[in-house]
Design a protein around this ligand. Structure first.
Ligand SMILES: C[S@@+](CC[C@H](N)C(=O)[O-])C[C@H]1O[C@@H](n2cnc3c(N)ncnc32)[C@H](O)[C@@H]1O
Length: 219
């Protein structure tokens, strides 16, 4: 595929800044002191499906930087709760959040995450992770489905029965198969497109509610 010319790339960047500056969710995030507009995607989903009303104390936040989801989760869960965030990028510390820097696809990072949980069962796993975009749709789609599979496998091994999984994915090849796979593990799987998610973006969230843990020795 031909590289875009410099002027075309510049035009694309300035169009992005223009859209960003005019985005009402960006303005609201700045006015309310949120770390990013992504905060509104999460709070909309948490409120709409009343997820925190169902005994949620321990949450794993994958791809947490700059931290707006972790900050909201720690605030909403309150004292006695635990939020463990993971990201390849650094995150400014936040009260009530344990941060692990690393690539979630690497075993060492997942072991560090397990250590931070100190044996506590997880009530909810949320993931806003997306691969770095290569610009090749097929490649990016395969990468996010790969991340989704690793996330689902972690959730299946760590969620308490009845727990929830919220993850970002893209509509495209592999989406339907992955959704069906999730349906095998959760009482209900919803496809969610929050208002703060740009309509032009193919990102979509899958919400699995009511984890059906396998019977002992069932794996
Ligand atoms: C859209 S941002 C998350 C925003 C975050 N939910 C918030 O509210 O501030 C996606 C994040 O996923 C992280 N990420 C992507 N792939 C990852 C991986 N394999 N392991 C850990 N973090 C990853 C990126 O570094 C990026 O910070």
């Amino acid at each position: 595929m031909a590289r875009p010319s410099k002027s075309k790339a510049k035009r694309k960047t300035s169009a992005w800044f223009q859209r960003h500056a005019n985005d009402p969710h960006v303005r609201r995030a700045q006015a309310e002191g949120k770390r990013s507009r992504a905060a509104f995607k999460l709070t909309e989903i948490l409120n709409k499906y009343r997820l925190l009303e169902r005994q949620v104390h321990v949450v794993v936040d994958l791809g947490c930087a700059p931290g707006s989801w972790s900050v909201e989760l720690a605030r909403l869960i309150g004292d006695g709760g635990l939020v463990v965030g993971v990201d390849v990028l650094e995150m400014t510390p936040a009260p009530g959040v344990r941060f692990i820097r690393g690539d979630f696809t690497e075993g060492d990072t997942r072991r560090a995450l397990e250590g931070a949980l100190e044996g506590r069962a997880v009530d909810m796993v949320v993931s806003d992770m997306a691969p770095e975009m290569s610009g090749h749709k097929v490649v990016d789609q395969a990468r996010i489905i790969g991340l989704n599979e690793t996330t689902l496998s972690f959730a299946v091994n760590h969620l308490r029965p009845g727990g929830h999984l919220l993850l970002k994915t893209f509509m495209g090849e592999g989406f339907d198969d992955f959704r069906r796979e999730m349906q095998g593990w959760f009482a209900r799987v919803r496809i969610v497109k929050p208002a703060a998610s740009r309509k032009t973006s193919s990102e979509i969230y899958l919400l699995g509610e009511g984890f059906r843990a396998p019977a002992a020795g069932g794996f």
